[in-house]
Design a protein around this ligand. Structure first.
Ligand code: AMP
Length: 557
């Protein structure tokens, strides 16, 4: 593997992590720490408090989870939790505990997510059996503390993850109350995507001389900005392979490089894209030099036109044919984005950079825009109809080229023979059809990819929410719920999303349109989840208030 010391200052091994953790990371296909991990892990291993500004997609979870696991490794077997991680939503509680479980698989760490909506009995039993790490939403954590079933006296570490979201969801007092119950000498970590003054306040009160880290501080090296058209599409994870195919078909690159985060993803995606008929090759740090050379040979020779790679493997590559860079995931830091798009748009040629972002990752896009001082336009995923139109356009362009080349005489006899029997227009149409099919222009791709607004846009919708509600149609498969709290009660969209995601089985991204009126709110949820959401909201509070929750009444009544 080529490793350039200037570009690649730190490996996981340099971070002095335990072999069990290094093994787990290698097994997951992580090739190197992300910038936030590089900065956060060493001080956390020293036991320092930390205040980190980092959004989803930066690798922040591993940045705190690995130090937590390293500290746990030397635990004595008391069975009371040594680490408490507070998160805003049920969804995140699940993700974080799953991540800790995966990273700590060789350490036998017991991790338990606890959140509202889940039967409390199961949580009680697990807590009684003893756990090492608890990942909890603040409301449910406080419940357990009050019942005496969650004891915090043995805590060595407390992590507040997505602290700004927790505050937005009205958890400030719960967090204060929980921190009161923890030992004063604990190590405290706070991650937040934004740093409003209230976060500073919490940090001042509860963190001791914290190390501060902030992503996207570095600015790109001065020099000419590459000539690159930059576009992003918001795509839910399960639709990403189809979305990649659609974008490639519409863009028709000469050659493209697709960046993934891990080796596993590179291998999986290469297989998927090959199965879909693309000439794709994998490139990652787990391959021998000989294998890598072979891949590069195929790309240069034109027998492959899609390179699927990790950052490490693609470092320093200079491939002249490349016209497109695709970020299959939002890169973990703006600097990495800048490196990636630097692969195209060289020597005055225009290149294209395309990013497939998940709904939660819009903040990363904004951070990248701030650092690069260039716009990334968020566009609608091309539809099947767009694709058909584009393919016809490519066929038209190919025909035009052929007409200009003027070497068509040997086909004259065919046209003349047919012209005796058919109209010339019809002959031309049949020829175009055959040409279109021969270039693969007619292959079926009928998969519709759902259109998703980035999460922030859903919040924006509320601000112009004075339109006539009778005009609105509920999206198919969705049901509108009436909630008896509105603007007068200080309710904002994020309060509703927070309450639902925190208390029911639904994740934030499954929630549909939200309208907030003076005295009530309407919120769309999938019909299949409606009963669960109603039941969960009836037994909990929103911003500390009890609310009437029911299906919206038929308007005829
Ligand atoms: P997070 O910002 O913590 O939500 O992480 C975003 C994604 O990056 C998750 O899917 C992680 O599994 C992945 N990830 C975290 N650290 C690394 C790394 N060093 N290399 C590759 N992928 C990573």
């Amino acid at each position: 593997m080529t490793s350039n010391a200037a570009e690649n200052p730190t490996t996981f091994a340099d971070l002095a992590l335990r072999p069990e953790l290094l093994n787990a990371l290698a097994g997951l296909g992580y090739e190197e720490p992300t910038p936030i991990q590089r900065e956060a892990i060493p001080p956390l291993l020293e036991g320092r408090d930390l205040l980190g500004q980092a959004a989803t997609g930066t690798g922040k979870t591993a940045a705190f989870a690995l130090p937590v696991l390293q500290r746990l490794a030397g635990r004595d077997e008391v069975g009371q939790p040594m680490a408490l991680i507070l998160v805003p939503t049920r969804e995140l509680a699940g993700q974080v505990s799953e991540a800790i479980h995966r990273y700590g698989r060789d350490l036998g760490v017991r991790v338990l997510p606890i959140y509202g909506g889940q039967p409390i009995g199961r949580q009680l039993r697990a807590l009684q059996d003893g756990v090492d790490v608890v990942v909890a939403t603040p409301g449910r954590a406080l419940d357990h503390i009050a019942r005496g079933t969650l004891r915090l006296g043995s805590l060595k570490m407390v992590v507040l993850d997505e602290a700004d979201e927790m505050l937005d969801m009205g958890f400030a007092e719960d967090i204060e109350a929980i921190l009161q119950e923890t030992p004063a000498e604990r190590q405290t970590v706070l991650f937040s995507a934004t740093m409003p003054p209230r976060i500073d306040g919490i940090a001042r009160r509860h963190l001791q001389d914290p190390v501060r880290i902030q992503m996207g501080r570095e600015t790109p090296a001065p020099g000419e900005a590459p000539l690159v058209r930059q576009t992003a599409y918001v795509v839910p994870r399960p639709h990403k392979p189809a979305a990649l195919g659609r974008v490639l078909d519409v863009e028709a690159p000469t050659a493209a490089i697709v960046f993934c985060r891990t080796r596993e993803e590179v291998d999986r995606l290469t297989e998927t894209m090959t199965g879909r008929g693309y000439r794709a090759e994998a490139l990652h740090g787990g391959m021998s030099q000989e294998q890598r050379d072979r891949v590069m040979g195929r790309l240069r020779g034109g027998t492959a036109d899609l390179l699927i790679a990790t950052d490490v493997a693609a470092r320093g590559l200079d491939i002249e044919q490349l016209t497109h860079v695709v970020n299959y995931d939002v890169p973990s830091a703006p600097e990495s984005y800048v490196h990636r798009i630097g692969r195209v748009g060289r020597a005055g040629r225009e290149g294209v950079a395309i990013t497939l972002a998940e709904p939660r990752e819009h903040r990363m896009l904004k951070a990248i825009e701030r650092v690069t001082k260039q716009r990334i336009t968020v566009e609608k995923m091309p539809t099947v109809a767009d694709l058909h139109a584009r393919r016809l356009e490519l066929t038209r362009a190919a025909l035009q080229e052929s007409l200009l080349e003027d070497d068509l005489d040997r086909f004259r006899v065919v046209v003349e023979t047919l012209a005796g029997e058919f109209d010339l227009m019809e002959v031309a149409l049949a020829a175009v059809k055959l040409a279109h099919e021969a270039t693969g222009g007619a292959t079926a791709d009928e998969e519709e990819i759902p259109e998703i607004a980035p999460r922030e846009r859903r919040d924006d919708r509320e601000s112009d929410g004075r339109y006539d509600r009778r005009e609105r149609v509920t999206a198919s498969g969705m049901t509108r719920l009436f909630i008896g709290l509105g603007r007068r009660a200080g309710i904002r969209p994020q309060d509703l999303v927070g309450a639902i995601a925190g208390e029911s089985n639904l994740s934030g991204r499954e929630i549909g349109a939200i309208e907030i009126a003076d005295r009530f709110s309407l919120i769309e949820v999938p019909e299949t989840a409606a009963n669960d959401v109603i039941a969960a909201l009836r037994t909990s509070t929103i911003k500390g208030k009890k609310a009437t929750v029911r299906r919206e009444r038929d308007r005829a009544h």
